[in-house]
Design a binder for this molecule. Structure first.
Ligand code: ZN
Length: 961
């Protein structure tokens, strides 16, 4: 299934990484986690003991399901939650036994009977039912204790039961929506992954226990029912919908929806597709329908395996917990990931919708056609779905350049999250809670990145053929990672790809141990050779570790800046060090490893190579691949933050940005520069940082401006949002003026603002707005009934810089005459203090005078004053701010301790300390570099010139401080 997506995540990723550093686990923990991973390598966990011990959550293997006949009765149309069900399971006995064990959850009143399929004349056998809550085992045993089931005998187990539609968006659940006439509508729908099918009907709820399903639903004739398969028209009647039998499939992929949904439909290459959602939204489904058609065709073409079912539907559910779910033939979504209109929706949402469809549709092959042997290999379906969410979009919409988005989101998210405590991709889990815990970066973004690495290192031809083999040989069956490795090996052999080790050895070094390598590159400038050392990249650079991988390598240089062929030219063979002597790099050439940044690792170069790269970037930025430019910045930032590289090297690399016009590098740079802006905005030398960023951003900002340009490159839409945000954040007057005019034109003359630019236009437009504009936005806020619009207005008003406007704005939080809700009131201050020094000052002024009234906003356990003080502490970066906040906390503690939590003061001090710790280490080198850079007329600085200048400037600062 698809996880919840975040919109501004590159910045969030870096911030999270910075804040997580203190939580690095001791080395022993890491080793222990990796040891668990090696159990996977031995495969020992698969040979499970069938001892039925209480800590064994796996079903016994004595019987297996062949086919299910599921019949359900629901009255959901009037809001009734009770339902009843009947399931008949054809099963085979594989080990002689006298019990049959299934899963069940939150269902009751079981009545069961067993009928032999081998002897039609034999009498039905009455069964006793036993339910064990912890493992959710439903066990049937003949009432007559002399009866047992012979090996290879075949039976039909029929169970009647009752249940309640859940209201927590799991299992078989009820969902509601209110239409434009204020009428409430009810529907029943399903979400079974990972262990919730057992709530709708008793079943063998493990992914490898595939069977055929025939589903029948009885419902009110006012509602319709859809499921994985088309309706069996001959068997259905008014209020009874019977579906055609599915191929053999996993229980968690079954879905059915009883609703009043309406659909739109289309067909491509003979496969009909429909999109269902509540009535009245059909005109907003067009993009989802069209995307679905082309994405499915793109996947089918790449994989060379046709979609297995006769139809494919998508449905938008009003209440939905995940982002989306890949039920075979019936993918389900949150409604907001299904509706899109040109007039009101952003370009980012358009791309996200198609990306999510790519994810769910890729599952139709990875997970649905070929399922997992067990949840240990969750990555085997989620990694492919994540990778193909981009690959399918890249095939369908090559002009989107979607791998730039992959790079700044999933790829870097994986690098960040796998740099401290983490488990291997393959990791044994048993209980439903343990299984739920696997839905994160290590099962999604990391395997997508590792698969992408081998797609490039082995060549796309080998990868594509390997996947075709894997899907064809294992269709309607379940696999583990070794099946995948075998198919890739087969393809490599067939296409004559020579590898230095077997695919299973190479790939499992990535899937069965946590983390990824840091490659340290040292060049020999005399001989033209270079040496690569590997170790696990950990945020704590001093943590010892012995991990090694099979690392695919390739390189480009100033004399050979050709990035087209991303096949591995060399491998580090699970050894610590490799000297590459068959590639000669001349002394004055820069060297870049990892062409197109397709390998999943970080690279730390020697100082001289960084100097050559910086010089090369300034002179010929396009001699470096776009994603290599982005990754040079990202790696350098992480290396600076973890004490591996100097600030000077990072800033020297960033100096080339004045010639950068691509999204991925700017997105990365924006994240880095915004973090520096937060720390430095209270500094007396802030102007140097500000001017540096304005100089970098000006060229490209002048080209792109604040308005969309018809026919421009797709990613320019993303880039513009990034640039407007950054340029206005550091106070570019051009950004202020253009944004202000755009906002004024909209407020005064009704000129429409492009949806993609709306948030930025309001925030940027209010930074230096006169009172009239400010007041118009305030009026819009107070008169709007749209929650999203109101949130945009509040957030934007916090961007104001004028002291009087800010004073007025923060006071709205306690003004009882306005119509702000509690959550809106408590979002006012943070909109101001996180944005600027002026916003922080206004918040402190306000709370010093009104802390009691602000504290009184909360009722019960709500402590808004406590949250505000902690939040402000995170934005404090100067001594005077610190003194004021400390005094305020003292006052509240003495006169209103009830507004605080027990640990408020500790948290406030810790938040401020973390900022001052950063400043202690990083402020001086950054300011020194910036002063020297600007003094030197913005020309490039060599490392040695910099060292001299830095020393000189330090002396100057020291004397004048
Ligand atoms: Zn998924």
């Amino acid at each position: 299934m698809a996880l919840w997506m975040l919109n501004s995540w590159p910045l969030l990723l870096l911030l999270v990484a910075a804040s997580q550093q203190a939580w690095l686990p001791p080395v022993e923990d890491v080793v222990q986690l990796e040891t668990k991973g090696y159990q996977a390598l031995s495969g020992s966990f698969e040979t499970r003991e069938d001892n039925n011990s209480e800590d064994n959550y796996r079903l016994p293997n004595n019987t297996v399901p062949i086919a299910y006949n599921v019949e359900l009765w629901t009255q959901v149309h009037n809001g009734t939650r009770n339902f009843s069900g009947s399931v008949s399971i054809d099963l085979q006995v594989v080990e002689a036994s006298n019990t049959i064990t299934l899963h069940a959850r939150q269902t009751e009143n079981f009545e069961a009977v067993l009928q032999s399929k081998d002897s039609a004349t034999s009498a039905p056998i009455s069964l006793n039912v036993d339910y064990e809550l912890t493992r959710e085992f439903l066990t049937f045993k003949p009432v007559d204790s002399t009866i047992s089931f012979a090996k290879d005998s075949n039976w039909t187990l029929s169970i009647n039961y009752t249940g309640l539609l859940r209201d927590d968006m799991g299992g078989f659940y009820i969902s509601t929506y209110t239409d434009d006439s204020n009428v409430v509508h009810y529907l029943a729908t399903t979400q079974f992954e990972s262990t919730n099918a057992r709530h709708a009907f008793p079943c063998y709820d493990e992914p490898a226990k595939r069977a055929n399903f025939t589903i029948t639903i009885h419902h009110d004739p006012s509602h319709n029912a859809i499921s994985n398969m088309p309706v069996n028209e001959a068997e259905s009647s008014n209020g009874k919908t019977v579906f055609l039998t599915t191929p053999k499939m996993s229980t968690y992929l079954i879905a059915f929806i009883v609703s009043e949904f309406e659909s739109t439909g289309g067909e491509l290459n003979g496969l009909p597709q429909r999109v269902f959602s509540r009535k009245g939204k059909q005109d907003q489904q067009e993009w989802t329908l069209w995307s679905g058609l082309v994405v499915e065709a793109s996947l089918e073409k790449y994989l060379g395996v046709p979609f297995a079912l006769p139809k494919l539907d998508q449905a938008g559910i009003p209440d939905f917990s995940a982002g989306a779910m890949e039920n075979w033939g019936l993918a389900t979504y949150r409604e907001q990931y299904m509706w899109w209109t040109k007039e009101t929706s952003t370009i980012n949402l358009k791309t996200s919708i198609t990306n999510i469809i790519g994810h769910e549709y890729a599952h139709m092959w990875f997970g649905d056609l070929v399922s997992l042997k067990w949840w240990t290999y969750l990555w085997l379906k989620e990694g492919f779905a994540t990778l193909f969410s981009y690959e399918s979009n890249n095939i369908a919409f090559p002009e989107w350049n979607t791998y730039q988005i992959f790079h700044v989101s999933d790829y870097n998210s994986a690098l960040i999250n796998d740099a401290s405590i983490s488990t291997p991709m393959s990791h044994y889990v048993q209980t439903p809670n343990e299984i739920s815990g696997r839905y994160g970066t290590i099962s999604y973004a990391k395997p997508a990145s590792v698969l992408y690495m081998f797609k490039n290192a082995f060549t796309d031809a080998v990868f594509q053929r390997g996947l075709n083999r894997y899907l064809t040989e294992n269709q309607y069956n379940s696999t583990d990672e070794w099946n995948l490795f075998a198919s890739l090996q087969e393809a490599a052999d067939e296409l004559g790809l020579k590898l230095p080790a077997g695919v299973p050895d190479i790939f499992s070094s990535w899937s069965t141990q946590a983390g990824f390598p840091l490659l340290t590159v040292e060049r020999n400038y005399e001989t033209g050779t270079f040496t690569i050392k590997q170790q696990r990249y950990l945020n704590d650079k001093d943590a010892a570790n012995e991990a090694t991988w099979y690392v695919p390598i390739n390189c480009a240089s100033a004399s050979n800046p050709d990035y087209r062929n991303t096949t591995a030219s060399h491998y580090l063979l699970k050894v610590k060090e490799l000297t590459v002597s068959d590639v000669q790099i001349s002394k004055d050439d820069w060297l870049i490893l990892n062409k197109q940044s397709t390998g999943f690792y970080r690279i730390l170069y020697d100082e001289e190579n960084y100097r050559l790269i910086s010089q090369g970037l300034l002179e010929q930025p396009y001699a470096f691949h776009t994603r290599n430019r982005a990754q040079l910045l990202h790696d350098a930032y992480r290396f600076v933050d973890t004490g591996r590289l100097s600030q000077a090297t990072l800033f020297q690399l960033m100096a080339y940005l004045r010639n950068e016009d691509q999204y991925a590098p700017w997105s990365t740079a924006n994240s880095i520069l915004t973090i520096y802006d937060t720390y430095l905005r209270g500094d007396v030398n802030y102007v140097h940082f500000r001017e540096f960023v304005i100089e970098l951003v000006e060229n490209i900002f002048n080209k792109l401006g604040v308005n969309e340009i018809p026919g421009e490159h797709y990613l320019n839409n993303y880039l513009r949002v990034t640039l407007v945000s950054l340029a206005c954040q550091v106070g570019s007057s051009k950004c202020y003026q253009q944004s202000h005019k755009k906002l004024q034109d909209s407020l005064n003359n009704g000129a429409p603002i492009e949806p993609t630019l709306r948030t930025q236009a309001y925030c940027a437009g209010l930074r230096e707005a006169e009172d009239a504009t400010f007041n118009l936005v305030v009026n819009n806020l107070l008169n709007s009934n749209d929650a999203t619009d109101r949130s945009t207005y509040i957030s934007s008003l916090g961007c104001a810089q004028d002291a009087d406007q800010l004073k007025k704005f923060v006071a709205y939080s306690i003004d009882e005459t306005n119509n702000l809700s509690y959550s809106e009131r408590t979002s006012v201050l943070s909109a101001a203090y996180t944005r600027s020094e002026a916003g922080l000052t206004a918040s402190l002024d306000f709370l010093e005078a009104n802390w009691k009234a602000y504290g009184d906003l909360g009722t019960g356990t709500q402590k808004p004053l406590d949250s505000a003080l902690r939040g402000i502490a995170s934005s404090v970066v100067s001594e005077s701010q610190k003194n004021r906040l400390n005094a305020l906390v003292d006052t509240v503690r003495t006169n209103g301790a009830e507004y605080l939590a027990d640990n408020t003061e500790t948290a406030v001090q810790a938040n401020m300390k973390s900022n001052f710790d950063w400043l202690d280490v990083h402020r001086e080198p950054v300011i020194n570099w910036l002063v020297a850079y600007r003094t030197n007329g913005s020309s490039s600085l060599s490392a040695s010139t910099f060292a001299i200048l830095a020393m000189f400037v330090t002396l100057l600062l020291y004397r004048f401080n």
